[in-house]
Design a protein around this ligand. Sequence first.
Ligand SMILES: Nc1nc2c(ncn2[C@@H]2O[C@H](COP(=O)(O)OP(=O)(O)OP(=O)(O)O)[C@@H](O)[C@H]2O)c(=O)[nH]1
Ligand SMILES: [Mg+2]
Length: 291
Amino acid sequence: MHKSGFVNIIGNPNVGKSTLTNALIGEKISIVSPKAQTTRQRVLGFLNEDNYQIIFSDTPGYIHKASYKLHHKMLEYVDDAILDADILVLMLESGQPEIDSILQDKINNLKVPLLVIINKIDISNQEKVASEIAACEQKFPKASIFAASALHNFNVDTIRNKIIELCPEHPPYYPKDIISDRYLRFFVSEMIREQIFYQFEKEIPYHTEVVIDYFKEEEEIPKIGAVIFVGRSSHKMILLGKGGSAIKKLGMKARENIEEFLGQHIFLDLRVKINENWRNDPNKLKQLGYE
Ligand SMILES: Nc1nc2c(ncn2[C@@H]2O[C@H](COP(=O)(O)OP(=O)(O)OP(=O)(O)O)[C@@H](O)[C@H]2O)c(=O)[nH]1
Ligand SMILES: [Mg+2]
């Protein structure tokens, strides 16, 4: 008997969906940052064993008030994830477990198994978590409910075991020797974007997109060229910093992370270009990979 199924993780921004995805798979598939709306696309990561292949889908956080076209795209991905799940995982954050009523209705109309995870219990307290579990039992009567800390790997094994138990019988959907539907270029661009979320404040990360221009793998030390797109020249100035100091720091840290991921040295060439209104232009979004 072989099991395989799609396990889609949804929830508010910044609750720890990507951290959990990575912990469940045991590989860094999805970027993580302390800022909300880090994840912008669906990223599939596979957990392969002889008798199962679980396909996890990390998703963007559910945005209550979409203010530009990129937000609408991100919400579409969440809707897709609700519809194509074999098992749906709703992640909540202890201390602020509320979700949008529209989202709750969509979830309650589903026929597939639902797991509700109350995350970040390491920074909460027992009393609060107990009352949140009780509230979830009311709101989601058919769900399996777990308290967890994705960051500290608390209860992640239990959740993984429950998912494997619930997973339908099916042959593998993907080859067993790959761990994601995405190619290297995507991971590299995401690692650069992750650093932008860490190193720049306020609106900057939200006005930025990263595209890999070239990836010369055949060279002894591979050369990667990436373009950071921003909406306006004032953002470009901030990204470059005084005498190029900011982009230099960004490039250094991103290169370190990419080298660790690839297990080899690389050259990384970062350029900043203006791509006006990219967040709100459907054609530009499509070109940037938001299908
Ligand atoms: N204390 C604590 N922090 C956590 C836990 N899980 C995740 N975090 C932190 O919460 C922040 C957001 O984590 P992400 O995994 O990026 O959250 P996300 O839900 O994917 O966020 P978006 O992609 O923006 O929707 C990061 O700083 C994580 O380190 C946890 O169990 N405990
Ligand atoms: Mg995320």
